[in-house]
Design a protein around this ligand. Structure first.
Ligand code: UDX
Length: 444
């Protein structure tokens, strides 16, 4: 088996997939239309923060199995299998996903194909996209470039991208209806992922629409779990109950489980928020919008946590932010990431700033990205720097270094010892014993 692979789109998903497939022994050519990204990756530097990925990238550049290009002609010539990993962001002002990058990738590649190959879509797309793209490939590819399309959604999490790629929970493959083409695509993908399936990872084949739906259904379920526990947090606040104890008690029921039941400021990032919105939009187009009206509530509960955080901080300051100083810890949408797309932390920081507070933000990795998106905010160079002179400190992203903060050291720089723990990451007893007015979402 000597498959040569291309990976089209080298963002989080594509760069990780390219480096990991090279690490498994395949020859891989990564392609992106962004010259800056390609220059970075070719030099062994990641254009984003992802723990553990850089060494994988570097050793495969050095051993010659991994290269990068901006040329579709080179990719078409090189690849036996082409993975499509481009982004599908939310359309501006709409819920629907923007498929312009996926369409452009297919339109650029297909006419250049000169021999039979497999195209494997990994991007998160609205159901129905694969069938549409298969038809498009059939129309654009020349006769000698006979291409079969498979859909193979990716479930990796930022911060765990290498681990999730090398040890997936399951491999899902959507296959064409033509039996010969389907058998061929399944055989090739089983070969490519053989190191994972031999260690017991389930390999599930389905039709195109089912495979596309698995990804969005998984993200919708995860978002629902988070919003469920955050809805319980709202009730706990009204009833003077403790949502962290509630969540712990629920988690011991195997049928419920403890993962994604962490109450706090809610979900953000480049996937969960836009995926549930795109899912609602697509269901609407299919006439099945009623099936997903609950996701609107999931989205609203999630956004309400941010509002609640702002209200709680304002309340602690006596009802107004005007002339007050707020220290914000965290800008990334979650720890171990520099991603600030739809970040609850930055959203809260910007709202508080707009309501008249002096806001200083610190994040261990996301400062450059945060500055680009919010040049209006002030940024500190450390936790203590962000907290200096603060009337209230807000912990909005639960980085390990914030969890380990020393209450006495922080107390030495603030103006008032008020802290709101937006991620239920601190021990209230420790902070209260150190003289802090500790508040959290969903706890008395
Ligand atoms: C998610 C999916 O997990 C992944 O399978 C998919 O491929 C892409 O989308 P990611 O966006 O990297 O991955 O982050 P994830 O770890 O899922 O966290 C999403 C958000 O939920 C974060 O903002 C996180 O802070 C929040 N979250 C997570 C909670 O608020 N509570 C929890 O208990 C868990």
């Amino acid at each position: 088996m000597a498959h040569r692979l291309t990976v089209i789109g080298t963002g989080y998903l594509g760069a990780t997939h390219a480096a990991c497939m090279a690490d498994l022994g395949f020859e891989v050519l990564g392609l992106d239309v962004d010259q800056h990204k390609i220059d970075c990756l070719s030099a062994g530097d990641l254009p984003f923060y992802e723990p553990g990925l850089e060494p994988v990238l570097r050793r495969n550049l050095e051993n010659g199995r991994l290269r990068f290009t901006t040329s579709y002609a080179e990719a078409a010539e090189f690849g036996d299998v082409h993975f499509v990993c481009v982004g599908t962001p939310q359309k501006s002002g709409e819920y629907a996903a923007d498929l312009a990058y996926v369409d452009a990738a297919i339109d650029s590649l297909a006419p250049l194909l000169r021999r039979p190959c497999l195209i494997v879509g990994k991007s998160t797309v609205p159901v129905g996209t694969a069938a549409r793209l298969a038809e498009r490939i059939g129309r654009l590819a020349p006769a000698e470039g006979d291409a079969v399309l498979a859909w193979n959604p990716e479930f990796l999490r930022e911060g765990f991208a290498v681990q999730d790629t090398m040890h997936p929970d399951r491999i899902v493959v959507g296959l064409p209806t033509d039996q010969g083409a389907a058998e061929h695509a399944e055989k090739v993908l089983r070969e490519l992922y053989s190191s994972m399936t031999t260690t017991g990872t389930p390999f599930i084949t389905a039709d195109y629409p089912t495979s596309e739906l698995v990804k969005v259904a998984a993200n919708a379920f995860l978002a629902t779990k988070i919003s469920f526990i955050n809805a319980m947090a709202e009730v706990c606040e009204a009833a003077h109950a403790d949502v962290t104890k509630l969540s712990e008690a629920l988690s011991h029921d195997d049928r419920i489980g403890g993962k994604f039941l962490g109450p706090g400021l809610g979900f953000g990032g480049g996937c969960l928020p836009k995926d549930i919105r795109a899912f609602m939009a697509r269901a609407g187009e299919l006439g099945a919008d009623q099936a997903l009206t609950f996701l609107r509530e999931v989205d609203e509960i999630n956004i309400r946590r941010r509002i609640r955080m702002v209200d709680l901080a304002r309340h602690l300051l006596g009802g107004s932010f005007i002339g007050r100083t707020v220290g914000v810890l965290g800008a990334a949408f979650k720890p171990n990431s520099d991603d600030v797309r739809d970040s609850p932390a930055l959203d809260v920081a910007a709202t508080i700033r707009a309501q008249g507070a002096r806001v200083t933000v610190y994040d261990p990795q996301a400062m450059d990205n945060a500055r680009r998106v919010h040049p209006d905010l002030t940024f500190g160079s450390s936790t203590l720097d962000a907290a200096r002179g603060a009337h209230v400190v807000l912990l909005l992203t639960e980085w390990e270094e914030f969890r380990e903060m020393d209450p006495a050291e922080l107390a030495s720089v603030v103006a008032e010892k008020n802290i709101v723990d937006g991620r239920n990451a601190l021990d209230p007893e420790v902070w209260r014993a150190a003289g802090w007015n500790y508040r959290a979402l969903g706890r008395p």
